[in-house]
Design a binder for this molecule. Sequence first.
Ligand code: SF4
Length: 159
Amino acid sequence: MGIAIPTLCHHHKLEPYGGCRVCSVEVEANGRTMVVAACTYPAEKNVVVRTRSEKLSRIRQALVEMMLAHAPDSETLVALAEEYCADRERFKRNQSFCIHCGLCVRYCTEVKKKNALGFIDRGAKKRICFIPKIAATECWKCRECFPLCPTSRYRLPLF
Ligand code: SF4
């Protein structure tokens, strides 16, 4: 529809993931209003979708503030912080440079079919890890996932 909705984990070659939640929208159906991830919610007839509202701005603002703690200098996050008036210093810095969007892991699995990356642990301890045996033979000649990272300085447009 040509309506811009922010996203950090969507890629046109990958299955919808609903990881970053920055694409949250308000959906009004059957008298109920819900906040859902736009990327994983199927479009339906007779549904009202709000892509911008005060509530959505607050949600996006809080999400961006949390992610900035991991990658405070990410140009993508800084731009979103400006758009949603996010406080770049709200949360204590923990510069892992990973916001768990899963783009690299999913790209390697779904597009390259190499499985050179994976998630390990859960919750606050969750992180991304190369599988050394595969990465050592595949990554040097590929590097396709590198520019997908939202915290990379060399990020390419996703669409
Ligand atoms: S660079 Fe390595 S981890 Fe990234 S997509 Fe290519 S094979 Fe997978």
